[in-house]
Design a protein. Sequence first.
Length: 407
Amino acid sequence: MKNMLFGTVSADPRTNGSKKNSLKLLIVKELYENGSKSIPQLSKFIHMSTPTITRVLDELIETGFLTEEGIGSSSGGRRPNLYGLNPQARFVLGVDISRYHIRLGMFNFSNQPVGDIKVIDEGLKVSNDFIKSLKTAVEEFILESGIDKTKLMGIGIALPGLIDLHTGISYSYLQNEKPATIQFENIFDYPVFVENDTKAMALGEQAFGMAQGKQNVLCLNIGSGIGLGMILNGKLYKGNSGFSGEFGHIQVDPDGQLCYCGKIGCLETMASGTTMIKRAIKEIADGATTVINKMVDGDLGKITIETVLQAAQHGDQFAIGLLAYIGEHLGRGIAVLIHLFNPELIIIGGELTKADNYIIDPIQQNLNKYTIAKIRRDAQIMTSGLGENAGLMGTVALVMNKVFQNR
């Protein structure tokens, strides 16, 4: 049986090797989740004798998993040594895939990025052979990171679209009857775990962001599309088949535009980054006055979400109006969510996180119009502190949850 932390061990739980690895995993899990601890603290938590804990700690230090981190507080006797994880002991590679980009991040055992986040313009709708492009991008990134490949525990992948909870098949982009995980594992030599991109964002917020310790949180992923990740009663909600959260495809205009999903008047046709860019191109071509034209040297095909955000931050009224229009329609849609779920927090994430108050203010104004005041007061609305990295951080949480599951 392959253990993601300690390599191959006996599959028989009655063997000493398996028991010792289970104990090591318990210790590593406790230190990973709650920080450095002394031997007495670990002994009390794990219900094992001090000599047993000491022996296992010595092995974990010898193999480079743990380090001594100073002296703890005394409870009446000698002050105990504290032990914590060695950040360089193991690593996780996060991959956040979108229609137009791949974001890559390497994270150490302390959940800190190793080097810079890398963004590659090889998204699902850009590359002619996406799987090949992804393989090349990941291999180059691992090489550039300089880490010892044997210390890479696994790869977490955030993938947009419909991913079947039971079969693992991606119905939106990887048009193949094999589960997405299998398709990715066929090109990598590491364990791979796949989650819908917006659900990964929610995992990231729950583990490392604003949703920590909260029970009912809605995470909106606003970028080229619109997704919804739901933490309900403290757990990530996936729905019967894993297809929950397609917030961008609720109908808001029966006489509206045709959405790429094949339906009419979806929220995405009015409030997504893709729609914003299309609207910008049309109105600039019709003579709208804006600094955006100069920013792209008159080539309207170069307009991106980032272009609009930069223009707005420099006070361009046209760009601010584009963001306000998105905020207005999002506000109407979010009003429905507030009435349905009564959340304590709504987090705005994705590429439009940087819009901040340019999008939050019109959302707030429309919520005041369309929601029952008492329910509205329960819901705090904030832009993500993790920003565009929420999905990547979610892939780290995804892998670590698998490392420690059922332990």
